[in-house]
Design a protein around this ligand. Structure first.
Ligand code: OYP
Length: 573
């Protein structure tokens, strides 16, 4: 196909795409500098359409838009998506009203009472969670393959915050033995320490910052050994250690506190920051720095669809003043922004790349770590696709070094969008094709596989509210005397629980207009080279799909969040 020029408008949707062929980009210094001039003009315009804004100090920058209505039409939701998004939320609000009416006259004083609102749309796995949520192996399993598989680490020493009282020397010996054997794991929620809890309708909510120690059994099961709900604090008595041998309600409440803390770090750090907000930085930098004919623009653009609008909506309705976090989450009311700030300050490049992240967390080579396994396979598949494409346009490292556009793009992401993230390993330039490929692989992995892995589980793991309470209405227990009244007074009330179910459903459900990874209809590249690379990508994804389906058939609990047919091509929800 011949070079398309000067039709340079990028028209999104329904497969109508008019971009100059990327080969034009390769010869842009020739043809009397015409292509170059065209690219510069395009960027000049785009930089006025897509501007950076600081929504809150200490967070990655976002696109300048007070509401989704301010966004350029090119990146807005299409009508069908908008109707579905707003319609499902409205239907969810109706459900909440009905549930509240339904529970108005009945009692709310036992855990089974959560059944009264456990109706409406829910998944098979959600029902399984309702059955099994109290079991220790089910609790442990979630750190490996649940909605938040990003926190667990293999211990390399006993954590310093873990204070073991003298009467528990047996536990100390057990922990040390597991450490020696390499089977000791930890989930540390210290990031939540010092965060101010929300006040909801005049009632103070409460937060903890737990540490969980776990052991891995030979069959791959992860079992909790001890829970410390707060770090030690000088001047106060040492925090108690809760144990599986404690009275069952005491142990259950300790685990519920961990699940509430996991909810916070999952939604704010793993989900919002490390997928939505970094993807927005990639999107804005891509629009500002790469002309439509640039091969990296063409490679990335399908993975940035709808992200600016969903994030803008999150800033106006979800994490805004009076938004859903303020209404029903114990980090709401400003604490959630502090969690985001702290998480931004320790965001590393390595933590966004599974081969590095899983190695750093000691999670390689564990057969029961299904997220880890599937994430690595996807990383390899995406990496091969990126390399195949990049090598079509960059014949050697020198071509990367002398591409001012891609270098400016890199710098804009790290220094501007991520507010100086070079201190945390993000590149400010690319010296080689390999460095460029690694970075672009990270971008695509984050916008597709990682978001799906982190997002879809909400449907299954957050519908049964006691398994992941969105707020806690009483302080964490400081003794082992725990009653059912205390547990019920701590867990979310009916309204909070209903809203959690609705939002979890809204975000985690199958999206009607979803485009699976690697299956966008738009053809941004023409020419046989790219077509072959794309075909190979789709074949690799199909192979992985079959492997995962076959594996899941033999499992008691299937893990399907990274099944390629379920992975969305971009962050759209
Ligand atoms: C955006 O109109 C999103 O009320 C969800 O955000 C919900 C709204 C807006 C509200 C829309 C409205 C999607 C993207 C994101 C993200 C990551 C954090 C998700 C946190 C979900 C928390 C669930 C809270 C349950 C109580």
């Amino acid at each position: 196909k011949e070079v398309v020029f000067p039709c340079y408008r990028w028209v999104q949707g329904d497969g109508i795409i008019c971009l100059p062929e990327a080969t034009a980009w390769m010869m842009r210094n020739e043809v009397q500098g015409l292509f170059q001039k065209h690219g510069e003009e395009e960027l000049e315009e785009r930089r006025t359409l897509y501007r950076w804004a600081t929504w809150k100090e200490g967070l990655p920058l976002s696109v300048a838009a007070a509401s989704e209505k301010d966004l350029p039409l090119d990146v807005r939701f299409h009508e069908g998506k908008k109707i579905d998004f707003e319609g499902t939320l409205a239907a969810g609000m109706m459900d909440i009203a009905l549930k509240r009416l339904y529970t108005l006259l009945s009692s709310w004083n036992s855990l089974e009472d959560f059944d009264q609102i456990f109706w409406g749309s829910k998944s098979a796995l959600a029902k399984r969670v309702r059955q099994s949520w109290k079991e220790d192996d089910f609790f442990g399993y979630q750190f490996l393959n649940g909605v938040n598989p990003t926190l667990l680490r293999r211990s390399t020493s006993l954590p310093t915050r873990l204070v073991i009282p003298p009467e528990l020397e047996g536990l100390q010996a057990q922990l040390e033995r597991k450490l020696q054997e390499g089977c000791l794991f930890e989930a540390d929620f210290s990031l939540l320490d010092g965060i101010q809890a929300n006040v909801i309708q005049g009632e103070r909510q409460h937060l903890a910052a737990p540490l969980v120690m776990l052991k891995m059994e030979p069959d791959g099961k992860l079992l909790p050994m001890a829970i410390q709900l707060q770090p030690p604090c000088s001047g106060s008595p040492d925090p108690p250690l809760f144990l599986p041998s404690d009275p069952s309600l005491t142990w259950l409440l300790a685990k519920a506190w961990v699940r509430n803390s996991d909810f916070q770090l999952h939604e704010l750090q793993a989900h919002l920051l490390k997928t939505h907000l970094v993807a927005e930085v990639f999107a804005v930098a891509t629009m500002r720095c790469l002309p439509g004919m640039h091969p990296i623009f063409k490679l990335l653009i399908p993975h940035l669809r709808y992200t600016l609008e969903i994030n803008t909506r999150a800033r106006t309705k979800l994490i805004s003043d009076g938004g859903i976090f303020d209404q029903v989450v114990n980090t709401g009311g400003g604490g959630h922004l502090d969690v985001l700030r702290k998480a931004t300050a320790c965001l590393t490049y390595r933590s966004l790349c599974p081969p590095d992240d899983l190695a750093d967390r000691g999670l390689l080579g564990i057969p029961s770590a299904l997220y880890a396994h599937d994430a690595l396979r996807l990383w390899d598949i995406i990496s091969r696709y990126v390399q195949g494409t990049v090598h079509l346009y960059y014949s050697e490292d020198e071509v990367v070094q002398s591409d001012p556009e891609v270098q400016a793009w890199c710098q804009e992401i790290t220094e501007i969008g991520l507010c100086g993230a070079q201190e945390r390993g993000f590149p400010v330039s690319f010296q080689s094709r390999a460095e460029l490929c690694h970075f672009v692989t990270m971008c695509i992995f984050t916008c597709t596989a990682q978001h799906s892995g982190i997002n879809q589980g909400q449907l299954d793991w957050y519908a049964w509210v006691p398994n992941a309470p969105c707020t806690m209405r009483k302080p964490p227990p400081t003794t082992k005397d725990v009653t059912l009244e205390m547990v019920m007074a701590t867990l979310p009330n009916v309204h909070q629980a209903c809203l959690q179910m609705t939002i979890a459903w809204h975000l985690g459900r199958f999206q009607p207009d979803m485009v699976p990874l690697g299956h966008h209809k738009e053809e941004y590249f023409s020419g046989p080279g790219y077509k072959a690379v794309l075909k190979r990508f789709q074949e690799d994804l199909n192979t992985l799909e079959r492997e995962i389906v076959a594996r899941n058939e033999g499992l008691d609990l299937p893990y399907y969040y990274l099944q390629p047919s379920r992975i969305e091509n971009s962050i759209t929800i």
